[in-house]
Ligand binder design. Structure first.
Ligand SMILES: [Zn+2]
Length: 193
């Protein structure tokens, strides 16, 4: 299985770091890159092909940067995962898909469920905000393969300690979600491996 990982926002934070928490010196782009890279390592260890691209060009809008969805489509990725961090003071995880009842919806619920289980074991205040359809998210709309966008937690709430100290656990959970989806998929298609 080939997994394309897209840590959200611009590489290095320029021109777009995503959400930030200045008091904690936290930027979404950095958390997403660390968790995305670790997710890739876990998936490679599980035998997956992995490509990672963090870029300020999701679907052709900033041609001076490499285009995320073009790269994923050209590579013929089997699965696309975008990694983000929320802001606005809530708690917990939510995962977006293009269509809840499609393969992307199943991928999203596998990731959501692993992440919630892993984080609630550390901090019961971490909320399961569920899987949501979001047709306006262009990485979900423009990628050809099953795609999900996960929000790991809120940069401006008590989620901060999880976001700072449990990036590896988050990555492990996201990777497990992807492999859960893939196993489910193989079962559906009747494949033997
Ligand atoms: Zn974001």
């Amino acid at each position: 299985m080939n997994v394309f990982i897209n840590p959200g926002h611009a590489l290095g934070g320029h021109p777009d770091p995503g959400c930030i928490n200045p008091a904690e010196h936290l930027r979404e782009c950095d958390i997403a890159l660390t968790v995305g890279s670790l997710t890739g390592k876990f998936l490679e260890a599980a035998g997956c092909g992995v490509k990672l691209l963090q870029s300020h060009n999701l679907a052709g809008e900033s041609p001076e940067y490499p285009c995320v969805t073009d790269e994923a489509n050209r590579w013929l990725a089997d699965v696309f995962v975008s990694i983000h961090v929320n802001a606005g003071g809530g708690r917990g995880a939510e995962t977006f898909c293009y269509w809840k009842f499609g393969a992307g919806g199943r991928l999203a619920s596998c990731i959501q469920s692993q992440l919630v289980t892993a984080m609630q074991a550390i901090d019961p205040g971490y909320q399961d905000r569920g899987v949501k359809e979001r047709k306006s998210l262009c990485v979900l709309r423009e990628s050809y393969m099953p795609a999900a966008l996960v929000e790991l937690g809120f940069i401006d709430s008590e989620d901060v300690s999880l976001l700072k100290e449990h990036q590896e656990d988050m990555a492990k959970a996201v990777a497990r979600g992807v492999t859960d989806f893939w196993r489910e998929n193989l079962a559906f298609s009747g494949a033997k491996s």
